[in-house]
Design a protein around this ligand. Sequence first.
Ligand SMILES: Cc1cc2c(cc1C)N(C[C@H](O)[C@H](O)[C@H](O)COP(=O)(O)O)c1[nH]c(=O)[nH]c(=O)c1N2
Length: 239
Amino acid sequence: MPQSIHLAPAGPFSDAERDAVYRAIHTRRDVRSQFQPDPIAPEVLERLLLAAHHAPSVGFMQPWNFLLLTDPATKARVKHAFSRANDEAAAMFGDARKALYSAIKLEGITDAPVNLCITCDRERGGPVVLGRTHNRDTDLYSTVCAVQNLWLAARAEGIGVGWVSIFNDADLREILGLPEHVVPVAYLCLGHVRELHSEPELQQRGWAQRMPLEELIFHNSWGQRESGESSDLSEIPSL
Ligand SMILES: Cc1cc2c(cc1C)N(C[C@H](O)[C@H](O)[C@H](O)COP(=O)(O)O)c1[nH]c(=O)[nH]c(=O)c1N2
């Protein structure tokens, strides 16, 4: 028996609502060192997880789990795993870059009151999932959508989020007891913040710059710029 199909209005938001969405997008930051020790209220954490759980997913597979870590001993093990991987990473840069790399704090594992690993269960939904038949990795992409939903919702709640990926996969799997078919997609540090960097910290510290948008837009085939070197969006009839 098919369920009845309902549609909801889909007009634009009010100016204030739209501005709030863009504000969350443009002022969201990766947080490494600004975490306050205060706990996150359970209802706030629940709203963040609900936001993540409302992400799009291939075939509505919802492949994520939310592994919450508050135990100091577990966090200490994760921090140790980070430090090992971070030393390996630092050794891969030349001298000047290595000095800058080593000066940047790249995690808030033990500072943040909550650590959250968002995982992808690659077997959820069985062997054939609508939309994943020709692209096996779409379950991973779906999980990243959940991460971004949480990150933006956290910005609106005044909660900072820092993504830490400097781990050997095996270390994280062992500490978290993950089965083989579950991928640790994002290891996140969460906590209240009073201030955020106004621009990406890596930009402020001279590690990398935001690229001009127009350099990233091609038309119809890879590398093709519509009119000479310029890519004026107003020239696209449908925008
Ligand atoms: C998949 C992935 C993995 C990581 C990150 C991000 C993403 C998307 N980022 C954060 C990253 O450095 C940051 O997003 C960019 O520098 C842009 O800054 P804002 O996020 O705009 O503040 C990140 N930051 C960090 O300090 N340690 C890390 O291990 C990682 N790993």
